[in-house]
Design a protein around this ligand. Structure first.
Ligand code: ADP
Length: 705
């Protein structure tokens, strides 16, 4: 009640948007919170409203200095005493603001992250009554995103110094690895995680397997004919040019856009599209920032992008006006090669970075300057070098303060200056472990993209699951939904199943090696791990006492067959991954698996049939004993059910038939003959999703006779 009133009185708003109220209540209860919501959904209210009700002051960390003043003015206009501290005000003014905070004149203060570099500033904050620290744009602390700001890494320490107030981290970036970085860097305590608002109900995300270029061109022309306004995203400049040639030949007016055009050309192209002079754009991912055209009816990807994040952002440019729109991914497995080269180019081995540096040292003049373009550097290093790798190597050297780049008057290329000319290549202060981790993450992102392209069931739901949005529902519109008569056969976990999966995952961790950074490296194959989990003494060997682990025998009740099937299902969902090492196949836990184990994400699995059939509390029918001969099963109907099951399994992509329904379920169906999905749910092994999506296919057979 009080919240409602505060909302109305101070913000003039009638009601909360979901899930603002829940977030705010958590923060008021002192719960550390991570909020992941798209831009414009109302994250600010989640800390602004609590700032009024909490004692002391709320500190808001924001990198957007230019916007701070506006925000402060807007809050003051609402009668909320606010201020900001950043480099645009003098030292003296900053201390005056700090004094105002200390005496309680300010409820909410915006502080730029770089202020925390200054030890004196930190000392000045010591002892202040800070109730809440809100960290906006929290993804800036992840080194893997585009907006990394080293100052954000200091915030964990700042939280400590401020006496651990409640921490709320907020961002619009919904990727699992960024989320993990936020949790780790800020050391959030048992945080409440709120991910919402990423669904795009008016978009249908179609995936088309396309075997050749002709088929791709055909699809693009069809899309243009049908939808008129749209963007065709291509992975490379070359691909943009090829598609453009085809459209020219078909006399389809369009613009092209890629990094090879001059800034003036790009501006012209972009403006023609924004002003609706032209309705089709063929572009690389350079196109899109700042394209605020709401009536884009289709976005096609001519090749797969390198990550789900990039894909969803680009595809999401369709239908901003809320009208039904189409996103089309033209998928050919071979296109993966282009993205693999990008991953390699973005992650050169340390030897390439050292070679670039060595060349610069050799070519430096008396002022320690080198006037060479990246192409010239590549020519020296040999034609085999990936050109992108040279650019990346230069960036890495700059980030590590080994070199600097500057403009050369009158020339297009830039010069390079060696900042520590005496430093040898072998002495470069480069964190090779971090480089390796980044390479691994980039590969994992590309793999997720491939998994998406091969996924069955609703494509939008798949992406939302990947982001961890618990409200993910099948859209019913995409070709994952419509092509697939039985749709998604995976179901969310009930409490018991979630517990089993978490036990299984912690078993995998126990049987992995934890390195000094806390990463789990696989050392055993699935067989030994499963033996350990079901308490089989064969799990022990001379060199490893699996039976002494706390997870030994944790899944004894579930049995080996079930656990093996569960491992397959977890692998299919990306919670586990097989890794080849020499001649062995080792089982590793993935980042998604770690998230699931820690309870950060929800997941859906194609659950195996449990060994012991669970009794449902609501079960009104007599318990079935499948071994009992007097069960009233019509053999004919059972045969028909099996046939139907085989048909559905084949349509679903030749999945094993038991994934549809087990034999025990078919027997129960034949014996009980349920007529409605609700009645079908009385049978063990038929949950809500299967009752809704699968059962109707069997209904006709059951109604007969
Ligand atoms: P974000 O930080 O998520 O990008 P903002 O906090 O800037 O989003 O909010 C975007 C817009 O939504 C603002 O104009 C804000 O006033 C409005 N808004 C936020 N919460 C509500 C609400 N409960 N009811 C109506 N409008 C709201």
């Amino acid at each position: 009640m009080e919240l409602q009133k505060t909302l109305q009185d101070n913000f003039g708003l009638d009601g909360f948007r979901h899930p603002q109220e829940e977030i705010i209540r958590g923060i008021l209860d002192g719960k550390d919170t991570l909020v992941i919501m798209p831009t414009g959904k109302g994250k600010s209210l989640c800390y602004q409203l609590p700032s009024i009700l909490l004692p002391g002051v709320t500190i808001v960390i924001s990198p957007l200095i230019a916007l701070m003043k506006d925000q402060v003015d807007a809050l003051e206009a609402k009668g909320i005493p606010a201020s900001c501290i950043n480099s645009s005000i003098s030292q003296q003014e900053q201390y005056a603001e700090l004094d105002r905070i200390r005496v309680g004149e300010v409820k909410i203060v915006y502080i730029a992250p770089e202020r925390f570099r200054n030890k004196g500033f930190l000392r000045a904050l010591d002892g202040m009554n800070v109730s809440l620290m809100a960290i906006d744009e929290a993804h800036c602390l992840s080194q893997w995103g585009h907006d990394f700001r080293p100052d954000y890494l200091r915030l964990g320490k700042a939280v400590e110094i401020l006496g651990r107030p409640t921490v709320a981290a907020l961002t619009a970036t919904a990727t699992p690895d960024v989320r993990q970085d936020i949790l780790d860097t800020l050391k959030l305590r048992d945080p409440a995680l709120h991910i919402s608002g990423f669904a795009r109900p008016n978009l249908a995300f179609n995936v088309r397997s396309v075997s050749n270029m002709e088929a791709k061109y055909g699809h693009i022309e069809e899309l243009i004919q049908k939808h008129q306004n749209g963007i065709v995203y291509c992975a490379t400049r070359k691909s943009v040019e090829r598609v453009s040639d085809r459209l020219h030949a078909a006399q389809i007016d369009h613009i092209t856009y890629h990094g090879g055009l001059s800034p003036e050309e790009r501006d012209t192209m972009q403006n023609r599209f924004i002003q609706r002079e032209v309705n089709i754009a063929v572009a690389t991912n350079a196109f899109g920032m700042g394209i605020d055209r709401p009536d884009i009816r289709f976005v096609a990807h001519f090749e797969i992008p390198g990550s789900i994040e990039a894909y969803y952002q680009e595809a999401g440019r369709a239908g901003r006006d809320g009208q039904p729109s189409t996103c089309e991914l033209l998928f050919n497995y071979a296109d993966k090669g282009v993205q693999e080269r990008f991953v390699e180019g973005s992650n050169p081995p340390i030897e390439v970075i050292q070679a670039v540096y060595q060349l610069l040292r050799q070519k430096q003049d008396n002022n320690h300057e080198v006037h060479m373009s990246a192409d010239e550097i590549r020519d020296h290093l040999g034609p085999g070098t990936n050109p992108m790798a040279i650019h990346t190597a230069i960036s890495v050297l700059m980030r590590n303060h080994a070199i600097d780049r500057f403009d050369i008057p009158g020339q297009r290329r830039r010069g390079t200056r060696l900042l520590q000319p005496d430093l040898l290549p072998s002495q470069l202060p480069i964190d090779t472990a971090a480089l390796a981790e980044k390479a691994q993450r980039d590969h994992a992102k590309l793999n997720s993209m491939l998994k998406f392209a091969y996924s069955r069931g609703c494509h939008q739901q798949w992406v939302l699951d990947y982001f961890g949005d618990p409200e993910a529902k099948a859209c019913g519109e995409c070709n994952g939904c419509t092509n697939n008569p039985i749709g998604d056969y995976r179901e969310p976990a009930n409490d018991e199943e979630r517990d089993t999966v978490r036990k299984a995952l912690s078993g995998v961790c126990r049987m992995s090696r934890k390195d000094w950074e806390g990463n789990y490296e696989p050392i055993f194959g699935p067989k030994r791990i499963i033996q350990m989990l079901v308490g089989d003494p064969n799990a022990d060997s001379d060199r490893f006492q699996a039976s002494s682990l706390s997870t030994f025998g944790l899944l004894k009740a579930q049995g080996e067959t079930y656990v093996r099937a569960l491992f397959n299902a977890m692998e299919e969902e990306g919670l586990l991954a097989y890794e080849k090492k020499e001649n062995f196949t080792l089982l590793a836990i993935t980042q998604a698996g770690l998230d699931a184990m820690r309870g950060f994400t929800t997941f859906r699995l194609s659950w195996p049939q449990p060994k012991v059939t669970k009794k449902k509390a609501t079960l009104a029918k007599p318990a079935l004993d499948h071994s009992a001969p007097n069960l009233n099963i019509d053999g004919d109907i059972l045969e028909q059910l099996k046939k139907k099951r085989a048909q559905l399994a084949a349509i679903q992509g030749n999945i094993p038939p038991f994934r549809i329904f087990s034999n025990a379920v078919l027997q129960d169906l034949a014996a009980i003959r349920p007529q409605t999905p609700e009645e079908a749910m009385e049978i063990n092994g038929i949950g809500e999703v299967k009752a809704r999506k699968l059962f109707p296919h069997f209904k006709e057979i059951l109604a007969k006779g």
